[in-house]
Design a protein around this ligand. Structure first.
Ligand SMILES: C[S@@+](CC[C@H](N)C(=O)[O-])C[C@H]1O[C@@H](n2cnc3c(N)ncnc32)[C@H](O)[C@@H]1O
Length: 283
């Protein structure tokens, strides 16, 4: 039985887009930005408490991303939840070509558009966040027909699904969160790509001896630094790694680490504070 709660966060400065991006890594069910606060809905019955939010916010203070914050917690009536949730999930036109929509909203697409249906439930990856949009732009630019793609930290499976819809032959999505594994598998069925996309539960180290033309990873700086060697092992010689979940301020640390393991930066793009970098394997 789920017990929904909400936390209300106010911060100085009021940069809720940045904070919601940082908090999306937690197993939360929805975020609502208002002019004065950030409201986060989550299931308090099993996996998360207000302390987890405080840890992320304290780190944001330590990194000078915000000066200070206030946080409070309140109960949410269960009966309103689905309605609230559905109201807040939007159809997102990510690029001229790619649209992401939930199954419960209609969208009249043009013939040249690709519509990806994502019901996010508790996973990250609706297209709402800049890092997902940056990743999709880069996939559109760099995926080559027939490529094999690996999506580390697949969330809803959105990037793996986008990769095959944009020409990859097949994609493997992996996430260490079991909810994402379940949700990703639902989303590949919604998009009729179950023949070409496989979603598994685990860590990148669980994938044995397989190499990919393109490795996608939208996670965060610390994890991307930790798994750089593993990402390198999974990329074919002269293949690509496309990263995000990064703030602009993370660029040097990530570049140092990825160049050190044998990558060369070939492209990058920012959206607000968020950054995506494309690396080519050099050896
Ligand atoms: C920011 S979300 C990205 C979701 C989606 N790929 C997108 O671009 O919208 C990061 C995901 O990485 C997963 N994750 C975090 N650390 C991981 C790890 N060490 N191995 C696999 N998945 C991880 C989280 O569970 C989360 O679903």
């Amino acid at each position: 039985m789920k017990t929904y709660k909400q936390v209300n966060i106010t911060s100085i400065p009021r940069n809720y887009e940045l904070l919601s991006g940082l908090l999306w890594d937690l197993p939360i069910e929805g975020i609502n930005e208002t002019d004065t606060s950030l409201i986060i809905y989550y299931d308090a019955s099993n996996r998360i408490s207000i302390e987890e939010f405080k840890k992320v916010l304290d780190e944001a203070v330590r990194n000078n991303l915000i000066e200070s914050y206030e946080i409070s917690e309140s109960e949410v009536e269960n009966k309103n939840w689905n309605e609230e949730y559905e109201k807040n999930v939007r159809v997102i036109e990510v690029t001229d070509k790619i649209v992401i929509k939930p199954s419960f909203k209609e969208y009249n697409s043009r013939g040249d558009q690709i519509v990806i249906t994502i019901d996010p439930k508790m996973s990250f990856g609706t297209g709402e966040h800049q890092t997902t949009r940056l990743m999709i732009e880069m996939i559109e630019k760099y995926v080559s027909p027939g490529a094999a793609a690996l999506d580390v930290g697949t969330g809803t499976g959105v990037l793996a699904i986008a990769a095959v819809k944009l020409g990859a032959e097949r994609a493997l999505g992996i996430d260490n969160d079991e909810w994402c594994y379940l949700n990703g598998n639902e989303n590949i069925v919604l998009n009729n790509v179950e023949e070409r996309v496989k979603i598994i539960h685990g860590e990148i180290t669980d994938i044995e001896d397989e190499q990919f033309d393109i490795v996608l990873a939208n996670i965060n700086k610390n994890i991307l630094i930790e798994i750089a060697d593993e990402i390198k092992k999974k990329v074919k010689k002269t293949g690509l790694a496309i990263l995000s979940g990064l703030l602009n301020a993370d660029e040097n640390d990530i570049d140092n680490r990825y160049v050190n393991v044998g990558f060369r930066p070939v492209d990058k793009k920012s959206m607000g504070e968020w950054l995506s970098i494309v690396y080519r394997s050099d050896r």
